[in-house]
Unconditional design. Sequence first.
Length: 268
Amino acid sequence: MRQKVMFIVPYALWIILFVVAPLALIFYQSFFDINSHFTLANYQDYLTSPTYLKMTLNSVWYATLITVVTLAISYPTAYVLTQLQNRQFWLLIVILPTWINLLLKTYAFIGLFSRTGSINQFLRFVGLGSHQLLFTDASFMFVAAYIEIPFMVLPIYNALIEINPSLLNASKDLGATSWQTFRRIVFPLSMPGVKAGIQAVFIPSLSLFMITRLIGGNRVITLGTAIEEHFLTTQNWGMGSTIGVVLILAMFIVMFVTGDTREKGGRY
């Protein structure tokens, strides 16, 4: 018993110090105005302000688009990876970009999309002229999806690779086509991976702020951008914490909606 407690204590301290305590501080700070006076006005302003409501809709909209685009690319990629002989090597190639610092990757795309960047140089070379690629919604979506793809591929790949091959063989023996096998067996059994991938992509996409500034050029305004403004520019930590509380609630809602409802211990 004492040995179990010794193993539990470090994890409990970690969760308390780095999960529970920060969340409690954000919730506590949300009830104070810029002059450190207790108030409920922050929540009232958020719920009644058209600006904040528009930011919320923008955040949900762009997070949804990023998730859909990422899923559309990642599912076929993960499926193809499971069919390859050297799938571990190709999986490593997919996740390799996650080893590179996010800021470095963002600046690399600035170099690609700028007026003097490689893409515009190629367009001028083929006679299509130079175009404004940076600071557009399309460039923001492209970069965000590129960065999030490995986090969608991995859970889907893990779900696909765990499917019992005997189920696929039985489907073929019973005369099912490849499409029927995929629709009735492969896709339903891979849904836990899809849901985990949606969580891994949608939740961070709600609070993007660095990419919105460097790639979107502040044309894409999200709640993450608002939090950064309040904490670093206006110094209104109370309002920034209020928006943070809203984001945390939104994340819990997404986790609840996309949670795995299967009974524990069940088999495919």
